[in-house]
Design a binder for this molecule. Structure first.
Ligand SMILES: Cc1ncc(COP(=O)(O)O)c(C=O)c1O
Length: 393
């Protein structure tokens, strides 16, 4: 049977992402210097592991409510009250535990985006965003954020149309690591509010913000420094859907844990789709996530800040690179005198056994590359030597 002919337009429209192509290549190289990986290189802290193991042993292996286990919802809501000042007792607000941050994003697109609808996404963007729009049958409108990678109200405003359903904001940003300042967050919220458009804030790296990016304070504990968020302004909970995750912060990306919280009608519709698709987030991982919320990762994140310093200092000697204040990526420009695209430079890196990702995997432009510093320090240093040599021409 010719099964290929059975695949519909949607199935055909999704191409293997630029990242997967590098992963496939990585599998064929012998001991590559792999700076392409988007997950942290530390083990899951013991109390979190124990909580998940205990959940298995205590036979908590069945379906949970599609919204999530009540204990985790309650704990997440307490966090939103403390951090963002939200009133989670309000009927206007809802929280949904999801299968990864990606699960929340998928439900969001399926819930809000119909054929012909638009969402504004940053460019460069997290690789899934445009594909999710394709799956949903709508259109991801790119907001060009080069060269500083800030998705400002000024840049978003001209892109709003009658068909815009939501603006998708991501800080700390993948692939650049850039953290948007508080004023940018406020202006974007005001713009979205004034135009009746939902502001979605993908905050998967919020806990993975370095101390110099923590320029705001939590709403109910002024001593605690936080990454600026459009969700932390008065009344934001009526206009902002916050999406957060556990995988990056606690090193458990494979557990597939995240959550979405915001206006009740949106979250409730997402929950209905979850009930007939994902069903619920993985039960044992929900218990692990509950324990994770009591674990302090500050020392781990600080150790990454030292790597960030090194990466930024080395790269800025040879090219233009935005200063990453969060996540574990840098997004340097391919120096113009080289006359190479991001993909061409990546091919040269691969010849030297170094894996990084071409900017074209995250953008309509192919002028940069993304390197991840979630790698052992000796490898990182060797990778930087190779990259700096190639970038110097
Ligand atoms: C900006 C951003 N959003 C969402 C995700 C998806 O994360 P998860 O593994 O929690 O689905 C990632 C993963 O790299 C990301 O970088």
């Amino acid at each position: 049977m010719d099964t290929a002919r059975l695949i519909c337009d949607r199935g055909r429209a999704i191409d293997t992402s630029g990242i997967r192509k590098v992963f496939q290549l990585a599998a064929t190289l012998k001991d590559p210097i792999n700076l392409s990986i988007g997950q942290p290189d530390f083990p899951v802290p013991d109390p979190i592991k124990r909580a998940a193991i205990e959940a298995i042993e205590r036979d908590r292996n069945g379906y949970t409510a599609s919204q999530g286990i009540p204990q985790l919802i309650e704990r997440v809501n307490a966090e939103l009250e403390k951090d963002l000042g939200w009133d989670t007792t309000s009927d206007a607000q809802g929280t949904l535990i999801t299968s990864g941050t990606a699960g929340a994003l998928m439900l969001l697109f399926l819930t809000l985006m119909g054929p012909g609808d638009e969402a504004i996404i940053p460019d460069p963007y997290f690789v899934m965003y445009p594909h999710l729009a394709t799956i949903a049958g709508g259109n991801a409108v790119r907001c060009d954020t080069y060269p500083d990678f800030r998705m400002t109200a000024e840049r978003v405003e001209p892109l709003l149309t009658e068909r815009t359903k939501f603006v998708l904001f991501n800080s700390p940003n993948n692939p650049s690591g850039v953290v948007s300042p508080k004023d940018d967050c406020r202006e974007l919220l005001e713009l979205c509010r004034s135009r009746g458009v939902l502001l979605v804030s993908d905050e998967i790296y919020d806990e993975f913000t370095f101390s110099d990016g923590m320029t705001d304070v939590s709403a109910k504990d002024s001593a605690e420094p936080r990454c600026p968020s459009p969700a932390r302004f008065d009344g934001a909970q009526d206009n902002v859907l916050v999406i957060r995750g556990f995988g990056k912060t606690y090193g458990c990306t494979g557990w597939r844990m995240g959550y979405a919280s915001g206006p009740h009608p949106v979250v409730e519709a997402m929950q209905r789709i979850q009930g007939y698709s994902f069903v619920c987030a993985p039960s044992i991982a929900q218990w692990g996530a509950l324990a994770a919320m009591e674990v302090d990762m500050v020392d781990t994140v600080s150790a990454y800040a030292a790597r960030r310093d090194r990466v930024h200092a080395r790269l800025r000697e040879v090219t233009e690179v935005a200063y990453p204040q969060g996540a574990f990526y840098a997004f340097p420009k391919v120096p113009e005198p080289l006359g190479l695209t991001g993909t061409e430079l990546v091919n040269r890196c691969i010849e030297r056994n170094l894996l990084v990702i071409p900017g074209g995997a995250f953008s309509d432009r192919d002028t940069h590359i993304r390197l991840s510093f979630a790698a052992p320090e000796a490898k990182l240093e060797t990778g930087l030597d190779i990259l700096c040599e190639l970038m110097s021409g």
